[in-house]
Design a protein around this ligand. Structure first.
Ligand SMILES: [Zn+2]
Length: 485
């Protein structure tokens, strides 16, 4: 009963692909829809039409699998007008398989159509994407999944609690078919009413909860907690590239929420969690994390030590978030020192009482900070550079913006040397060296500084300033707390 309904209820990408395959081959299409009655439609509905080939890239992802298609496409279809290849979960193809597929996509015979279905289009090579006509399917809302599941349960006499239905909807992440297979599994494995607890026992906790925990730990600068969740998932056999992508997607959604204050695909509880995280961090930190992790994702593709690279990457980014905060603190401290007004708070922890902060105004505090460190050779770095970077952000040049974050610029005659803290990554080099990018930056520099400069990138310049400041804070040996203004 349930299996039958599953076919009926599923209206995702794969079903749409099949409908499309019928529509282009149907002998009597009505307004572009298949008639479902003609010889061809019937054969297809019964799964008897050899001209339509369904392939699951999750299990047939090798170069050989695609090569066999390449040989087949030269033959004319037997019955239908077009030979149709439906490749499901196409993002799972290997790099070699993609290249083989590309050759066929470049010059497909007249009588062949490809329908590529995927939940993760971002994983497809641009060369493939550019040859496709793309249709995006919206996720089904949790509410609608619950409604559907209720009907199925009523028809099949399955007793299930409302909370259990909600959990299944969350677990299925907007895919009706997944929700039904979870329900099927619960029905098989339990007798009596299905409760939320039972599902957690059988299927595990929702993916989103794990992702939330990892991201929360990174933002809270707790690398240990993040690694604990990650290691558990690795033990469960979770694919690392997928996990990393889910983390990046979640960070992007937090950023989206921070800027637009709304998110569509999450339920209320999830949005509340995202809201809390978004309040704990800044747009810049999120952008930087997304950028760093995307780069990690790229590097991991070519690495034979994926796990170690992944773990190291998470630790590195957790530490970098800490440094960012430190950097902000140092900047504030610097400003306050320069303005001559130091306000510091002294923490007093009384036993049995809550931590208490007493604010005290001090007339002026002599600080043992070497001069050359505070005044980073004034006049040498262009003070308008930050404005240029911010203008990139406001004008939507986010990629340029993230790649230039934390750089400094020094004018040298008609050249503006843009200094990077470390080595420029290969990706950044490609992006920043594009003629378009350079003229974009040069124009902005002109509009802000009023002067014509040629941009030059300088890498590997070590700035000891931050480290020196850090040392100085330690040398001050008075407890300093920057007061938020
Ligand atoms: Zn038909």
């Amino acid at each position: 009963m349930l299996t039958y309904l599953m076919e009926e209820e599923e209206h995702g990408k794969t079903s749409a692909a099949k409908i499309l395959a019928r529509a282009i081959n149907c002998l009597n299409p009505k307004d572009g829809e298949p008639c479902n009655e003609c010889e061809i439609c019937k054969a297809m509905l019964e799964g008897n039409l050899t001209d339509v080939v369904e392939m699951d890239a999750a299990s047939n992802n090798s170069v050989e699998d695609i090569r066999s298609i390449r040989e087949e496409v030269n033959f004319l279809p037997t019955l239908a007008k077009y030979r149709v290849y439906i490749i499901d979960e196409v993002h799972m193809l290997s790099t070699g398989a993609f290249n083989a597929l590309l050759k066929t996509l470049e010059e497909p015979p007249e009588h062949v159509k490809f329908i590529l279905a995927t939940t993760e289009p971002q994983k497809l090579p641009a060369t493939i994407l550019s040859r496709c006509q793309r249709f995006d399917f919206k996720k089904i809302s949790n509410e609608n999944i619950v409604k559907r599941l209720k009907i199925i349960c009523e028809n099949s006499n399955i007793e299930i609690s409302e909370d259990a239905l909600k959990l299944i909807a969350t677990l299925s992440e907007g895919a009706m078919r997944d929700s039904i297979s979870i329900l099927e599994r619960c029905v098989q494995d339990s007798s009596g009413k299905i409760e939320e607890e039972k599902i957690r026992e059988l299927v595990g906790i929702p993916k989103i909860e794990n992702i939330h925990k990892i991201v929360e730990s990174i933002i809270n600068k707790n690398a240990n907690d993040a690694l604990m969740v990650i290691n558990n998932l690795i033990e469960e056999g979770k694919d690392l590239n997928n996990l990393l992508w889910e983390i990046i997607k979640y960070l992007r959604d937090i950023l989206l929420f921070k800027t637009t204050n709304k998110l569509e695909i999450y339920n209320e509880e999830e949005i509340e969690k995202i809201k809390q995280l978004s309040e704990k961090t800044t747009q810049e930190a999120l952008l930087k994390l997304i950028y760093n992790l995307s780069e990690l994702e790229n590097n991991m593709k070519w690495s034979s030590q994926k796990t170690i690279m992944f773990q190291a990457g998470i630790i590195k980014n957790t530490i970098e978030i800490q440094n960012d905060n430190l950097e902000q603190r140092v900047e504030k401290l610097e400003k306050q020192i320069q303005s001559g007004n130091i306000v510091y708070t002294k923490k007093e922890i009384k036993q049995g009482k809550e931590e208490k902060t007493i604010k005290r105004e001090e007339p002026k505090v002599e600080m043992r900070v070497p001069k050359e460190v505070i005044q980073t050779k004034p006049g040498e770095y262009a003070n308008y550079w930050n404005e240029v970077i911010n203008k990139l952000k406001t004008s939507g040049k986010i990629v340029l913006y993230t790649n230039l974050l934390n750089t400094k610029a020094k004018p040298d005659n008609d050249v503006l040397q843009v200094e990077f803290k470390n080595k420029i990554t290969a990706f950044a080099k490609t992006v920043l060296s594009k003629p378009d990018s350079i003229s974009e930056i040069e124009n902005l520099v002109k509009s802000v500084s009023g002067k014509d400069f040629r941009i030059k990138y300088v890498e590997n310049v070590v700035h000891d300033t931050i480290k020196a400041q850090e040392q100085n804070i330690n040398n001050l040996d008075i407890p300093i707390n920057i007061i938020e203004d």
